[in-house]
Design a protein around this ligand. Structure first.
Ligand code: FAD
Ligand code: FES
Length: 261
């Protein structure tokens, strides 16, 4: 984990209210892995008071460049979308535990819902570098919420309103995919709204061919380094609670107490 001042290279809208922020990093910046996140100080030190967490959407050691894909939600993200190339920003990262890479002989399936697409694109490209091409399923409310230019060509798209791809949820996409690839063992990875990840977890539990599902959880965070207990979440473990910022954000889905979410 490092505290760095980074320089914005690009800050542009890729879909309705979804923006891509690319920034250059100093040579000594620590390598970030897919699933890890950073926090940004946006504005002055008084308002907004808290740093904001975002998942890495890419990290390139060769070009010393990284990115996040963010949704304009409230004050910080609106301020962030007003920043321009050349502006600098205070970053702490990489934080949290990354996604593991898939086991040999399995077919990785990546499922992204809403703004959860950023870390899944990072994971997609990381797995591609090992010579395996993952399958990807994208769930969104409508086509306007999908950053099409960033997606791999073969991604299966599911929209609530049917404006693109399959009309339905990522579960409809999973049904289509599993029907087409038969008995191959699937190793699954998901990031998106809790309701989507819970549905994917329940689906995976009913399949003989899915030994593992990893999910990236989002909780409101204050310190992001394990000190304040602001991000605790119930888990199926003797400790009962986990801190999303340092025990996660990536968890084996069987560890999550889904009934409360
Ligand atoms: C580990 C982690 C990774 C994240 N990765 C991304 C990412 O890649 N891209 C992205 O756009 N966002 C991501 N988020 C969420 C992001 O941190 C919030 O959207 C951001 O802090 C909102 O700040 P704001 O000041 O604009 O909005 P605020 O004024 O703080 O909030 C605006 C609205 O968004 C809701 N909100 C705020 N934080 C969260 C949250 N963590 N989860 C759900 N709702 C929230 C609030 O309840 C409120 O309704 C991540 C959060 C975590 C914990
Ligand atoms: S945000 Fe403080 S312990 Fe996780």
């Amino acid at each position: 984990m490092q505290n760095l001042e980074v320089t914005i290279k690009r800050n542009s809208e890729m879909a309705d209210n979804y923006c891509l922020l690319e920034f250059s990093l100093p040579d000594h910046a620590e390598q970030a892995l897919a699933g890890q996140f950073l926090t940004l100080r946006i504005g002055d030190h008084i308002s907004p008071l808290l740093r904001r967490p975002f998942a890495y959407a890419s990290y390139s050691r060769s070009s010393n460049c990284a990115s996040i894909l963010y949704e304009r939600r409230g004050r910080s993200t609106h301020m962030l979308s007003g920043m321009r190339p050349g502006d600098t920003i205070d970053l702490i990262g990489p934080l949290g535990k990354p996604f593991p890479l898939p086991h040999d002989g399995t077919q990785p399936v990546l499922i992204a819902g809403g703004i959860g697409i950023g870390p899944m694109l990072f994971l997609y490209h990381s797995i591609c570098q090992t010579g395996i091409i993952p399958r990807m399923i994208i769930g969104a409310r409508s086509q306007s919420k999908i950053p099409m230019d960033l997606l791999p060509e073969q991604a299966i798209i599911c929209t609530d309103d049917g404006s693109s791809g399959i009309k339905g949820t990522v579960i409809n996409g999973l049904a289509q995919l599993s029907g087409s690839i038969g008995d191959t063992t699937l190793e699954m990875f998901a990031c998106g709204p809790n309701a989507m990840m819970k549905a994917v977890h329940l689906w995976s539990q009913q399949q003989q061919t899915v030994p593992r599902l990893y999910v990236s959880m989002e909780q409101t965070m204050a310190c992001a380094v394990g000190a304040c207990m602001g991000c605790v979440m119930r888990v199926n473990h003797e400790k009962q609670y986990a801190r999303v910022c340092i025990d996660g954000p990536v968890f084996d889905s069987t560890l999550i107490a889904w009934q409360g979410l």
